[in-house]
Design a binder for this molecule. Structure first.
Ligand SMILES: Nc1ncnc2c1ncn2[C@@H]1O[C@H](COP(=O)(O)OP(=O)(O)O)[C@@H](O)[C@H]1O
Ligand SMILES: [Mg+2]
Length: 281
């Protein structure tokens, strides 16, 4: 079944700090549409990851102790479905690519066993077909010689290769929505560009809806259709990419955009590495 929309409605999340509830995300509403990229931008600590992870109902692992609002997949609330249904949705309908490609892979298992595990979770392919599927997924993310790669351990691979493998794993269940939380922050600039091109290609080819969490306006210009700007736990501005670049209305958005290098400001559809300049505080 295909879902046209994944929505966050009026979401508030608290985390415990010194015995008190602290509101980390406050009244956030966002809609992810099939085939479109929504960028969620904002400085470090403003609540982007908590918001993104709420889409997979991962709050409890993050230490969230109070959650109000709703998450709707094709109109159905993910707040009142069984944990079994939720398991199927995770990776099968909504996949997440995490910030840290180093920690998301288990160092004691081979790449092959980790990919096969995800394939078996989401398909009922037999052993041989699953192996074939793993090779196809690796080729799809630009990794050659999958047979050799599958026998290797994460330690022996570069950060870029590890992130490609995590993307392959995220694709294994043919998700309709992909949540990419700063997917290139931990990588070298040249590798970042290739990973972004890969993600953009996959998103378009498969028509997935995507939430791209970033603090990089160059990346937003490159990839997104819509932008939501987050500041201190709230969405302060939301608009199409063109409108945001033409006319950023919130002072915080203006500050974020002013941090971009000139080239990116003049030609908003080219990639630039805006992470080099200081983040506004
Ligand atoms: N597990 C946690 N325990 C305590 N505080 C947390 C936890 N996770 C996040 N926070 C706090 O919640 C706020 C939002 O965090 P996060 O969503 O990770 O921000 P971002 O992804 O925008 O950098 C931050 O102030 C962070 O310190
Ligand atoms: Mg984060």
């Amino acid at each position: 079944m295909n879902h046209d929309m994944l929505e966050i409605r009026d979401l508030s999340l608290s985390i415990p700090v010194s015995g008190e509830h602290v509101l980390a995300v406050s009244g956030v509403s966002l809609a992810l549409k099939s085939g479109k990229v929504l960028a969620l931008v904002g400085e470090s600590g403003c609540g982007k990851s908590l918001t993104a992870q709420s889409l997979l109902r991962l709050g409890e692992f993050q230490g969230v102790d109070k959650e109000t609002g709703d998450i709707l997949l094709g109109g159905q609330s993910l707040f009142d479905i069984s944990s079994e249904e939720l398991r199927k949705i995770r990776g099968g309908v909504i996949s997440m690519i995490f910030q840290e490609p180093m920690t998301a892979l288990n160092p004691v298992f081979t790449i092959g066993s980790q990919i096969l595990e995800v394939i078996h979770l989401h398909t009922d392919l037999n052993k041989k077909a699953a192996h074939q599927r793993a090779l196809t997924l690796l080729a799809d993310v630009g990794l050659q010689d999958g047979e050799t790669l599958m026998k290797q351990y994460p330690d022996s691979l570069s950060g870029g290769m590890r992130q490609r493998i995590l993307i392959a794993m995220a694709m294994a269940g043919e998700p309709e929505f992909i949540i990419a939380d700063e997917p290139t922050t931990a990588l070298d600039v040249s590798v970042q560009k290739r990973i972004i091109a890969l993600l953009r290609g996959l998103q378009r080819e498969k028509g997935m809806g995507m939430l791209l969490v970033t603090h990089d306006f160059g990346l937003v210009a490159e990839m997104a259709d819509e932008v939501a700007v987050m500041y201190a736990g709230e969405i302060v501005e939301q608009a199409s990419v063109m409108d945001i670049f033409d006319n950023p209305s919130h002072p915080y958005t203006q500050a974020l955009m002013n941090c971009r290098p000139e080239t990116a400001r003049d030609t908003p559809r080219t990639y630039s590495d805006s992470r080099q300049c200081a983040k506004p505080r």
